[in-house]
Design a protein around this ligand. Structure first.
Ligand SMILES: C[S@@+](CC[C@H](N)C(=O)[O-])C[C@H]1O[C@@H](n2cnc3c(N)ncnc32)[C@H](O)[C@@H]1O
Length: 239
């Protein structure tokens, strides 16, 4: 059962200095949250479902955080995806040396772009990315800001996958139990806010720019707590 209105409130993690011990701990908690949400298999299935004509060479992750989830994606596609140029974008530079080294070991080159995503959205367009990913990120923004952001995304990539909190009663109830997997006070508060700001129905499709009919878009629940949105441009799709 869904919760009617989205409610977007500033999250605690975004207001803390990245070096603040509570922020460091909360980012570590997120790795456990990914496991509880089944983020990796959901992302992998969504990416595979894009049926891309060719393996992506240029990939962008928006709101990448510590880059650890994308690293797990990289490990699972690594042997099939070679010479990947990955850009990790986040307002906080929290990708540690070990994670960067792991990417390099896989043969992926990484660039970290430490910027506000709306500054990125206002930059002139460059060569389009083959794939753009966002995980637990879009829900930070109001519908108006999202429409602006997604327009920039559609102009800069050929395929897009977003995995966000599903806004329903089950996720809301579960978000109140994040303490059971060791979440600190920041993670516990942000988990509840994230679900209230999450998505259901066709909310992300409605924010996606409709002008270009060359995009196929799909969104749905991904059990247990995720709302997954995918968009693929006809030029990128094999089907
Ligand atoms: C909930 S965390 C998710 C991080 C990562 N995607 C993951 O799943 O572990 C949200 C991330 O979005 C970043 N963020 C929030 N607002 C942002 C903005 N306006 N521009 C760039 N990054 C932003 C935060 O710094 C944080 O790393």
């Amino acid at each position: 059962m869904t919760i009617t209105e989205r409610r977007v409130e500033p999250e605690v993690l975004d207001s803390l200095d990245p070096q603040d011990p509570r922020a460091v701990r909360s980012r570590r908690d997120l790795r456990r949250v990914h496991r509880a949400m089944r983020s990796l298999p959901i992302l992998k299935r969504a990416i595979a479902g894009l049926a891309l004509e060719a393996p992506p060479r240029r990939i962008l992750e928006l709101g990448a955080g510590d880059g650890s989830l994308m690293l797990r994606v990289a490990r699972s596609f690594g042997s099939r995806w070679t010479n990947v140029e990955l850009t990790l974008l986040d307002q906080a530079d929290v990708v540690d040396a070990e994670t960067r080294e792991e990417y390099r070991r896989l043969g992926w080159s990484i660039t970290f772009q430490c910027t506000d995503v709306f500054a990125w959205a206002s930059e002139p367009r460059g060569i389009p990315y083959d794939l753009c990913i966002a995980n637990l990120f879009l829900h930070h923004f109001s519908d108006v800001s999202l429409a602006h952001l997604l327009e920039a995304v559609a102009n800069r990539t050929r395929a897009f996958v977003a995995c966000e909190p599903r806004r329903d009663r089950f996720s809301r109830w579960s978000s109140r139990c994040v303490g059971l997997i060791g979440g600190n006070s920041v993670t516990r508060e942000d988990a509840v806010k994230s679900v209230d700001a999450g998505f259901n129905g066709r909310e992300l499709s409605d924010c996606w720019p409709a002008a270009d009919g060359a995009w196929a878009v799909k969104e749905d629940r991904a059990f247990p707590f995720t709302h997954c949105f995918v968009a693929v441009h006809e030029r990128a799709s094999a089907s």
